[in-house]
Design a protein around this ligand. Sequence first.
Ligand SMILES: Nc1ncnc2c1ncn2[C@@H]1O[C@H](COP(=O)(O)OP(=O)(O)OP(=O)(O)O)[C@@H](O)[C@H]1O
Ligand SMILES: [Mg+2]
Length: 272
Amino acid sequence: MDQKYKNIGDVITICNQKGGVGKTTLCFNLARAYSLQGKSVLVVDLDEQANITQSLLASDTTIESSVADFLISAPIHAIETSIQATIFEDVYLLPSGKHMMSQVLAAMSSDGAVGSEFYLKKALEKLSEHIDIVLIDCGPNINRITMNAFTASSKIAIITEAKMFSSIGITKILGAIDVVRQYFNSDVAIAGIVVNKFKSNVVSANEWIEYMKELTIDNDLSVIEPFIPDREPINKTVTQQKGLDELPSFGVKKLLSIYDEIAKQIVKEKKA
Ligand SMILES: Nc1ncnc2c1ncn2[C@@H]1O[C@H](COP(=O)(O)OP(=O)(O)OP(=O)(O)O)[C@@H](O)[C@H]1O
Ligand SMILES: [Mg+2]
């Protein structure tokens, strides 16, 4: 595969336009998983809710410049000046600009903003330090900002809960990825579907499994295994700003191994 960036290994977008399915929690735990594997990680927060920014930054950190400063045609700073150290060693953050993101979106979508789908990619191309993995946390939308994430990515991971309501919207994401492949980034791969908050003992799980089988066969998609269960320690990671490895709860080792395996599955090259 062509090396798209001089200084970056893989750029991975985590997305689903449905809110609350676990995008940010996955991003947070994957960032830790990759760093425990010895990789350097840059998390890009493209969500104006700024949840991952809050989870990854120490509370006394001030944000002077955000990703919003790079989602324009001619950024004035070097990208390095906006990248922050985080609570995790070897994990860095390009934070969200909260309310500024809606202004950015309006500017990007205006008639004059030719090529605005490429703003994030152009900014990442200028990164002078080497980063193994860039993880992009998206908000619950498919808009010009999401298109920037897809255009900048080598891989997209779609996360869903094991419920019909959260999986039905996946076809809309696939449509957006098709557009990106046609016009902006023909190389982007779908790493697969990550299943979150899985409860095997629920009757509706069977109906959902059937739906997912059809969806994946029809669209040549893979479901990434293992599934992520619904567990309190996972919820605690983002709220208590700790890696699973730093939480002294029962069963945490198993959860750690799940994220470790998903992290490996996502970066694995697909057979042609
Ligand atoms: N596997 C899990 N087990 C337990 N709690 C989880 C799990 N995954 C996510 N959560 C919790 O579910 C809630 C929603 O997760 P999260 O914020 O990651 O979703 P999101 O898709 O990023 O939401 P949004 O669309 O608003 O950005 C959070 O409180 C999170 O801690
Ligand atoms: Mg989120």
